[in-house]
Ligand binder design. Structure first.
Ligand SMILES: [Zn+2]
Ligand SMILES: [Zn+2]
Length: 285
């Protein structure tokens, strides 16, 4: 399992079957923070980060979410009316490629935000890096976030691409639309999978009360399974960043993809990977 033993996973990640408690059986591997909450909402860093979710940030999330939903409905309608049955195999392939591409981008963005940058970067840090730091020291906080807080940023990413697609549906001739149909279908499905990635991620942290069909999708490994994602939540959070389907985690780990880029960036810029993440984990007051 990608260089992590079962014991390593259990002793270095938060026991989610017992959410937000520092399990008695956990053995601390970070003696400098022993005696204080290692994870969960009582952790000093988690408290500070949760309190930095502002009204302005929420307004931004609501606006992006609404814009994205309108564009999904508009483009979805146009894709439906231009649908040709003889295209179904291409659409199936577009769907699978869309899932795989979304999985890759989820990993790339997650890796970048976990590994580099800091909450102190003006505006951007608090708005877009803060949720990643919070998630490592209080992983089940996500299960207490509502739909807007969970999904706002992912839906936001799709807005420019869906807007460009809508522009094309408004200006292209029917012949041009047929010519580019398969590509637009791929982009549309990719946008859907990107939009729902953090919802899928939230389900992977939800141990109680999931609808049966979600559990089946997880068990079939069609969406990120719970046990699989737990490998990422092993300190120092340096692998298994993909959170849509998780399909690419093993291959990327096997070729040392993330480590390669971390070494390259460290050598060229002098920045150490996960400096900020570690500082938040150690925060005691
Ligand atoms: Zn992470
Ligand atoms: Zn997670």
């Amino acid at each position: 399992m990608a260089g992590k033993s079962e014991t390593e996973i259990i002793s270095n990640s938060m026991p989610e079957e017992d959410p937000n408690q520092n399990n008695e059986t956990s053995v601390s591997h970070t003696p400098e923070i022993e005696g204080v909450a290692r994870w969960g909402p009582q952790h000093a860093g988690a408290k500070a980060l949760a309190s930095q979710y502002t009204f302005g940030k929420r307004v931004q999330e609501i606006i992006c979410l609404a814009a994205s939903l309108v564009l999904i409905a508009f483009n979805g309608y146009h894709l439906m009316v231009n649908f040709r049955w003889q295209n179904w195999q291409v659409i199936l392939i577009a769907g699978l490629l869309g899932m795989m591409t979304a999985d890759f981008f989820s990993g790339l963005v997650h890796w970048a935000a976990d590994t580099w940058g800091s909450v102190d970067i003006p505006v951007f840090g608090k708005a877009f890096i803060r949720p990643f730091r919070e998630h490592h020291i209080d992983p089940t906080a996500i299960t207490r976030h509502d739909f807007v807080e969970t999904n706002g940023d992912n839906f936001a990413v799709t807005v420019p691409f869906l807007a460009f697609m809508a522009y094309k549906f408004l200006t292209y001739s029917p012949a041009q639309i047929q010519e580019t149909y398969n590509w637009e279908m791929f982009v549309f499905l990719l946008a859907i999978f990107i939009s729902f990635t953090n919802q899928i991620h939230k389900w992977s942290h939800t141990y109680f009360g999931l609808p049966w069909y979600i559990t089946i999708l997880q068990d079939l490994k069609i969406i990120l399974p719970r046990k699989h994602h737990r490998i990422h939540h092993v300190s120092p959070h340096e692998t298994y960043f993909c959170i849509t389907t998780g399909w690419l985690n093993h291959p990327l780990e096997a070729i040392g993809f993330w480590t390669f880029f971390e070494n390259l960036i460290e050598k060229t810029t002098g920045n150490k990977p996960r400096d900020d993440d570690l500082a938040w984990a150690k925060k005691t007051s």
